[in-house]
Design a protein. Structure first.
Length: 455
């Protein structure tokens, strides 16, 4: 048995692990590199193996840093099956085609505005490539062992990260190799607690937050304070949020805050067609999360769903107090850029960063208060003035997962950890003196909800 790390080493994205055993090859996850330009350019390199030689792919969850290279794998000749849990497959049917469309739109924009050194600029892959990749997906339910190649059995266990997220145990002729995947917190508002860790000889564990412990701050209360403070001065709260997982957690928090009367009854807009679709998927998979039917309906009903571009422009032009939740979570694209451009010049408004901000993204530059933060055709200048708030990390830290690692024959199992993924401790912002092209700028508050991407 041979295991090769092809991603998520030295960075938190691009998860790919190649397992070779008796002439068979398995790929565990097939993710995109995200963040810094040097990382994104790695997506254009040829895969470090022949796609025809891969017998099967095992997918721990649907986030693009774990699944986003599947269209490239299929385009380069992979003809096996991609095994994943049913909720993961349903999420992939939205995420992968959307990623292909985004790649095509980015290439078209670069060609119109001559912003690429390549003539013409090409998409990494297309929506059609993604649709072809979806045909390779096959269901493998939780807690159901299945032989994927001769001598290797795989079992998915709930990881509590997002819908369908799994840790995976591979039984290789009597020896067990456990991949943690991205592991959620046991006390997550939405997701059920991860399943207990199974006995294993080797563990490959996600360790983005392996060097710290969870704080005790109440994230929901902190969010309520920010919303109330902003509404009192007539401002709007803009929240860049990941369409999968984070947007739904935010909506549920907003529902609870309104139910308790902890925030004013101001309008909430969910301006992300994908997040809207994802929220409906959560409603259909109630057995996978903690919410009752009533709570799930409340989460889905707390916001006005903004689907069309015209509706989004109308929300962007509005000037009454509101909460706008919009993708993308790292402000790398999507409708949130238009809301940021409209809202940042007004000091009454607040931007709340509630997710992991990969290096090189606009969100990271806002969080780090860099000298210049590009968005659309304009820039904002950020002054440094900070407060720390780390209550909302969705991922397990070292004590909550590794301390529960299994023992076999009286000894703790060997643990191979993605320690290279550790990043400097996030500095969480309360940057009150920004400017956008010379204008006074809005308040910017950030809670490091960083996901192992997710984070």
């Amino acid at each position: 048995m041979k295991l090769t790390f092809l991603g998520a080493a030295g960075t938190v994205t691009g998860s790919k692990y190649l397992l070779e055993h008796r002439g068979h090859k398995l790929l565990i996850d097939c993710g995109l590199f995200q963040g810094w330009k040097a990382l994104r350019e790695m997506n254009w390199e040829l895969l470090p193996f022949d796609a025809h030689d891969i017998d099967a792919v095992l997918l721990t969850h649907a986030h693009l840093d774990h699944s986003g290279t599947l269209p490239l794998l299929v385009r380069q000749g992979f003809r096996g099956m991609v095994l994943a849990t049913p909720p993961t497959i349903e999420l992939c049917t939205l995420l992968l085609p959307d990623s292909g469309r985004t790649q095509e739109e980015d290439a078209a924009f670069a060609n119109r505005h001559h912003t690429s050194r390549h003539e013409p600029a090409q998409p990494l892959y297309t929506e059609d490539d993604a649709l072809l990749a979806l045909r390779r997906l096959a269901h493998l339910p939780f807690d159901t062992p299945a032989q994927v190649v001769p001598g290797v059995k795989a079992t998915f266990h709930r990881a509590g990260h997002i819908l369908g997220a799994a840790s995976m145990a591979l039984d290789v002729e009597g020896q067990t190799l456990l991949f943690s995947g991205d592991v959620g917190r046991p006390d997550d508002l939405l997701m059920r607690a991860p399943a207990p860790v199974t006995p294993a000889h080797w563990i490959v564990v996600e360790s983005t937050y392996g060097d710290r412990l969870h704080p005790t701050q109440d994230a929901e209360a902190a969010l309520g304070e920010v919303i109330s403070y902003t509404a009192a001065r007539g401002g709007t709260v803009v929240v860049p949020a990941f369409a999968v997982g984070r947007a739904q957690t935010l909506l549920y928090m907003l529902y609870r805050l309104k139910q308790r009367g902890a925030i004013p009854d101001l309008p909430v807009f969910l301006d992300s067609p994908m997040a809207i679709d994802m929220t409906e998927i959560y409603h259909r998979h109630r057995a996978e999360h903690r919410l009752s039917a009533q709570e799930c309906a409340g989460m889905c009903g707390v916001a006005q769903m903004v689907r069309t571009a015209d509706e989004s422009r109308a929300v962007s032009r509005s000037r009454f107090p509101a909460v706008i939740v919009s993708a993308s979570g790292m402000a790398t694209g999507g409708r949130v850029l238009h809301h940021l451009r409209q809202r940042l010049p007004d000091p009454r408004n607040t931007v709340v960063l509630v997710g992991y901000q990969a290096g090189g993204t606009r969100g990271a530059r806002l969080l780090g208060a860099s000298a210049r933060c590009a968005s659309s055709a304009r820039t904002c200048r950020c002054a440094r003035k900070w407060r720390r708030s780390k209550a909302c990390r969705p991922m397990r830290t070292r004590r909550s997962w590794c301390s529960g690692s299994p023992r076999r024959h009286g000894r703790r199992s060997a643990c191979s950890s993605r320690t290279a993924n550790r990043r400097p401790r996030t500095r969480c912002a309360s940057a009150s003196a920004m400017s956008w092209a010379g204008w006074p700028a809005c308040h910017c508050w950030a809670a490091a909800w960083s996901s192992a991407l997710e984070p």
